[in-house]
Write a protein that binds this ligand. Structure first.
Ligand SMILES: Cc1cc2nc3c(=O)[nH]c(=O)nc-3n(C[C@H](O)[C@H](O)[C@H](O)COP(=O)(O)OP(=O)(O)OC[C@H]3O[C@@H](n4cnc5c(N)ncnc54)[C@H](O)[C@@H]3O)c2cc1C
Ligand SMILES: *[C@@H]1O[C@H](CO)[C@@H](O)[C@H](O)[C@H]1NC(C)=O
Ligand SMILES: *[C@@H]1O[C@H](CO)[C@@H](O)[C@H](O)[C@H]1NC(C)=O
Ligand SMILES: *[C@@H]1O[C@H](CO)[C@@H](O)[C@H](O)[C@H]1NC(C)=O
Length: 537
């Protein structure tokens, strides 16, 4: 999904310019750090490549450094002058560079962060708020995709985007697809580590449910695949969250069948058209129970005009006539007509789901530079197990109407295949019994502290109406409000148990055991990485 279509504000641009020109030179020691790192890389990789070309430091060229840092950074809330910056950025061009980076960062004692698509809600892939210095390993040059239609599979490197994966599949077949996310610029590397949902989830489950194999660099710098890493680690990396177990180099995906044409629709109901929220109330009762071929998401948007509207965005793996028949019976309140529907190829539905303007050619999916303007945002998530009373839905709208455009609340339906997979199959536990999940997204571009308060108040307001004991959410909706971050590893573990239960329920303990086995030194760490078992005192 896209977060905003509006251009960056003038104040942002001037802020950026100011920022670039006032970049303060970091201490000389950082130069040595980089030199040592390069020397170490040369010793630990047999590929002859001029490494200097893929190193970026503020000393060498401040504006290039900032451009590289910000190229895929999706959340401008973490691109202020005060946000800690990496000492340098390294873009590996060969898989062995990633192995050498792990070995060298360990040897030199430099903290490492890894970024694929840069869409982390809390920017933990490119900002460390707990440790400096740190280096940023940016996988954007490792983005090869090999689709094998005969074998019904694809090997995809971590730096590729979802849009590129969709495009390369569609290039070879009209009847193959992959069940991944709505937003085309999300990186394959981080997305699948958290599970990965999208418009095909009710039919085929999560992206992580459709992974056959993986290549990963472990804490020793070793390159492993499914058979050499073993089933425990292979379990953990498919939903246990990014940046905890190793660096994914590539995933082997199982392709899924899609019809040659499918049907999409979008119907918007303003608050004036649905004042008692009868349509939204009904949606809550039916969205998870519809045929698996039908996925209807609701996005409630602030109009910036003292009002808000709910968009019902649907995808049906079949023709328009069949869809209208189903909707007349199951969801007449929406009043879906042929005028609202369009039949198209699966690859074109990806453009629709990505909320590109209608008519955008599918080539937009392989534009390396994101067509999206990166806004500044704060998000939170919830899992819902029983319908929310209309009065509480009104409470959401009451809060939305005061908001500026860019702020939204999205409801994504579960059921179908999602409910058929056991909650222990992979670390992602939100399966049977889940009606839908909520994404709250606050536009923090202007007046950030007021907006942070706004979303926290909304989250608190929702407490009685969502899952509890523990209150649950999706790890890829990362929220650093859950548990605090300190250097105290004892209290860190206690905090981790809080967000651990939120994201993984009972699977958290297995993740901790696996983490303690495969990365006992906690090389792969960030504000919300899976912790090792605390040392008994
Ligand atoms: C606009 C937008 C739309 C979104 N839409 C969807 C959606 O439709 N469905 C959905 O499920 N999610 C969606 N998300 C959430 C998204 O899945 C997560 O933010 C995901 O982690 C992003 O992956 P990335 O590679 O782009 O991010 P990054 O910021 O690069 O990485 C995210 C996390 O994974 C780690 N990581 C990155 N690369 C690797 C690697 N190679 N190996 C190991 N760890 C790694 C990072 O350290 C970080 O912890 C959306 C997010 C945004 C901002
Ligand atoms: C920095 O790089 C930019 C291109 O990205 C170039 O135009 C500029 O001249 C460089 N500045 C220096 C000081 O090398
Ligand atoms: C805001 O509301 C007014 C009055 O209802 C209407 O005329 C105007 O078109 C609306 N603007 C937007 C951006 O919706
Ligand atoms: C760390 O946290 C634990 C548990 O909250 C506390 O008992 C301990 O005193 C803390 N240690 C330090 C050094 O602050």
């Amino acid at each position: 999904m896209r977060l905003s279509k509006s251009p960056p504000s003038i104040s942002y641009i001037s802020f950026l310019a100011l920022y670039i020109f006032s970049y303060t030179i970091t201490p000389v020691s950082s130069n040595y750090l980089q030199e040592d790192f390069v020397k170490c890389l040369h010793r630990n990789t047999h590929v002859n490549f001029p490494l200097e070309k893929t190193f970026f430091t503020p000393e060498k060229n401040a504006s290039t450094f900032i451009n590289v840092l910000e190229a895929t950074a999706q959340n401008y809330r973490f691109l202020t002058k005060a946000t800690p910056k990496p000492t340098f950025i390294f873009k590996p061009v060969h898989e062995s560079h990633v192995q050498a980076s792990v070995i060298c960062s360990k040897k030199l004692g430099i903290h490492l962060r890894v970024r694929s698509g840069g869409h982390d809600f809390e920017a933990v892939s490119y900002v460390s708020q707990i440790e400096t210095p740190f280096v940023l390993l940016d996988l954007s040059k490792l983005r090869q995709i090999n689709v094998d239609i005969e074998e019904n599979s694809a090997w995809v490197q971590a730096g590729a985007t979802l849009g590129e994966v969709y495009y390369r599949i569609a290039e070879k077949s009209k009847i193959h697809g992959f069940p991944a996310g709505l937003c085309s610029t999300v990186g394959v590397g981080g997305y699948i580590t958290g599970g990965g949902y999208g418009a095909l989830m009710r039919k085929y489950g999560l992206a992580a449910d459709n992974v056959l194999d993986a290549k990963i660099v472990d804490a020793h710098g070793k390159l492993l695949d499914r058979s050499s890493m073993g089933e425990d680690m292979f379990w953990a990396i498919r939903g246990g969250g990014g940046g905890s177990f190793g660096i994914i180099l590539a995933w082997k995906l199982k392709l899924v069948p899609v019809p040659e044409t499918l049907t999409i629709f979008s119907v918007t109901k303003t608050l004036e058209q649905d004042p008692d929220l009868k349509t939204l109330s009904k949606w809550q009762h039916i969205a998870d129970k519809l045929v698996e071929e039908l996925f209807i998401r609701v996005v409630i948007r602030a109009s910036g005009n003292n009002t808000a509207a709910a968009s019902y965005r649907g995808q049906f793996l079949g023709d328009q006539g069949t869809l209208i028949g189903i909707m007349k019976k199951a969801f007449p309140e929406l009043g879906l007509t042929e005028k609202d529907c369009t039949e198209m190829r699966w690859i074109e539905s990806v453009i629709f789901n990505g909320e590109f303007p209608s008519g955008t050619p599918i080539d937009a999916l392989i534009q390396v530079k994101s067509p999206l303007v990166n806004p500044s945002f704060k998000s939170k998530g919830d899992i819902v197990k029983k319908p929310i009373p209309a009065l509480a839905l009104k409470g959401i709208f009451k809060r939305m109407v005061q908001q500026e455009p860019g702020t939204f609340v999205a409801f994504t339906p579960y059921g179908g295949m999602m409910a058929k997979i056991s909650e222990y199959e992979i670390p992602f536990p939100h399966r049977s019994g889940t009606l839908f999940k909520i994404l709250y997204n606050s536009n923090t571009g202007t007046r950030p502290s007021r907006q942070l308060n706004w979303i926290r108040e909304l989250y608190s307001f929702m407490t009685p109406y969502v899952s509890s004991n523990p209150r649950q959410s999706y790890v890829n909706y990362r929220d650093l409000d859950l548990g605090q971050n300190t250097k105290n590893t004892t209290s860190n573990f206690k905090n981790a148990q809080i967000w651990g239960a939120t994201y993984f329920k009972g699977n958290f303990e297995r993740l901790v055991r696996i983490k303690s086995k495969v990365d006992p030194g906690n090389i792969f760490r960030h504000e919300q990485s899976i912790p090792t078992l605390p040392v008994q005192s």
